[in-house]
Design a protein around this ligand. Structure first.
Ligand SMILES: *Cc1c(COP(=O)(O)O)cnc(C)c1O
Length: 386
């Protein structure tokens, strides 16, 4: 393989004077938590408006956002939550932290999103929630999932950690009628290093979420009347000030990523032995959290070596998520009657994607077209050299 100069990609996270001004504003406010300041309140209003939702609640991180959402939905011991087997581990850990059983189901081999027929087959009388993950910013099939939810009475919880600003048939995340959870961890599309948010479609669940994210205390409580169980998941004023600045940048970034993915997915599709993540024409705005592709037929070991080769050549490349049932974390709280072999048999597409999948950090999609051509050439050489 010829040594090529490493292409230049923008750094991440990005910031300018608006983040700087926000941090100073929060500092000089003299109140650094949400109960005294105005940054968290303002961010929640702006984030809710951006997603077409009546209510947003800012929280400490995306994992807590999922936990809080499930708790508000009444999930606890004895319940089951259906999650895609191909996702970041928080999707299942959030259910398990509440004492519920996370039930992994397979995903679609093209979109990497939850297989709705598999989800339907997994519903039992104990199922309390179905959690689609909009993988890499591509919406899960919200039409089929909405129908499944209506038919079974099981509510949806959107894991929208990758989906800031994404749309499904013109609708925003907050316009689909279900609770949605977001992450603002350092690598996410807008970030304060850590952070999360939950969108609530109705006042009642929002108010319950507020209580539970603040140790069960109402906003004005000065007498320690803890009305519900809960925890402290409050976002600080500094994080919210940064996120307000980040939110102002996301539409421009999404437009660039969208254009660049069109180019990069075409280039990837032309490489022998490479298949980029597919699309769904109904997911008419993709936020592009990751640029994902598969090398069908490659072993997991060879894929890992390929990722190392790409990193050495200057690409921010990573292996795809492991199937959640192939982590020790999952088995601490798994259903007693299941085995890894049984789940693997039920989830052939997850097996393939997690062994064959590679993703590039979304900052690649903010780079020049020239840099994307260079990235595709590096991938072409690395795949051909195997
Ligand atoms: C990042 C992520 C989370 C968790 O978010 P944190 O803020 O890191 O806790 C949850 N689900 C998915 C799909 C994620 O990618």
């Amino acid at each position: 393989m010829n040594a090529r100069p490493a292409p230049e990609f923008p750094s991440w996270p990005q910031f300018d004077d608006s983040e700087r001004a926000g941090l100073i504003r929060a500092l000089e406010q003299g109140q650094w938590w949400r109960m005294g300041g105005s940054e968290v309140n303002s961010f929640e209003r702006e984030f809710a408006d951006f997603h077409g939702s009546p209510h947003a609640l800012a929280v400490t991180n995306g994992t807590h956002a999922l936990e809080l959402a499930l708790q508000v939905m009444g999930v606890g011991p004895g319940h089951e939550v259906i999650v895609p087997a191909f996702t970041f581990i928080s999707s299942s850990q959030a259910a398990q932290r509440l004492g519920a059983v996370a039930v992994p189901v397979d995903v679609d081999l093209d979109t990497y999103n939850i297989d709705v027929a598999a989800a339907a087959a997994a519903v039992t009388p104990r199922t309390k929630a179905i959690m689609p993950v909009h993988m890499a910013g591509l919406f899960a099939d919200m039409d089929a999932l909405g129908k499944l939810s209506a038919d079974t009475g099981v509510p949806l919880l959107q894991d929208a950690a990758h989906a800031q600003g994404a749309r499904w048939q013109g609708k925003r995340v907050g316009e689909l009628g279900s609770i949605a959870a977001f992450s603002f961890q350092n690598g996410k599309l807008m970030t304060a290093g850590e952070g999360g948010a939950v969108l609530f479609p109705d006042e009642e669940s929002y108010e319950l979420g507020f209580l539970r994210h603040s140790c069960g205390r109402a906003r004005t409580d000065r007498h320690y009347i803890h009305q519900t169980s809960g925890s402290n998941m409050r976002m600080s004023e500094f994080s919210a000030a940064v996120l307000r600045a980040q939110l102002a940048r996301i539409d421009d970034h999404t437009a660039i990523r969208d254009q660049r993915w069109e180019l990069l997915s075409r280039l990837l599709g032309e490489i022998d032995g490479v298949v980029p993540q597919g699309t769904d024409p109904r997911a008419d705005r993709n936020s592009h959290y990751m640029a994902m592709f598969r090398v069908p037929g490659i072993t997991e070991e060879a894929r890992n070596e390929l990722v190392d080769t790409l990193v050495e050549a200057g690409l921010p490349a990573f292996s795809a998520f492991r199937a959640i049932y192939r982590t020790p974390a999952f088995w601490e709280m798994a259903a007693p009657d299941t085995t890894v072999e049984r789940l693997a048999e039920l989830c052939p597409n997850t097996e393939a994607i997690s062994a064959e999948g590679i993703w590039l950090h979304h900052r690649v999609l903010l780079a020049s077209e020239e840099a994307l051509h260079a990235a595709a050439e590096i991938i072409t050489d690395a795949v051909a050299a195997r």
